[in-house]
Write a protein that binds this ligand. Structure first.
Ligand code: SF4
Length: 109
């Protein structure tokens, strides 16, 4: 049965406003703390959507459970894809630092 507009306001909208104001709910659960877009949900989702390769980390558990249940109905198994190595994240930082140093040197000459 569909909610009434009063139920929608009180049970959905007011509850979501309360949840959205809670830092525990809105904190980024992605383990890639070195990612440029960690905690920047709008940009993170937009970039994942643009590339169309996979969904942001925070949405994967939700989908994984649903897909696992579906896969079991056709006797299939799922396996994890290896994550981007941490070394790559550190390499990004190193390259950024080098680019900044070059830029600083050019400004000082
Ligand atoms: S889900 Fe992807 S873009 Fe978003 S914070 Fe994690 S690694 Fe970065």
């Amino acid at each position: 049965m569909m909610r009434t507009k009063e139920q929608y306001y009180e049970e959905v909208v007011l509850k979501n406003r309360e949840l959205a104001a809670d830092p525990e709910v809105t904190k980024c659960p992605c383990p890639n703390g070195l990612c440029d877009w960690h905690g920047k949900c709008r940009e993170c989702v937009a970039l994942h959507r643009y590339h169309g390769d996979h969904v942001p980390y925070c949405l994967q558990p939700l989908l994984r459970e649903k897909i696992r249940a579906l896969a079991q109905t056709v006797e299939m198994e799922l396996e994890h894809k290896p994550p981007t190595p941490l070394e790559y994240r550190h390499y990004v930082r190193k390259r950024d630092a080098e680019a900044k140093n070059t830029e600083d040197e050019q400004q000082n000459t």
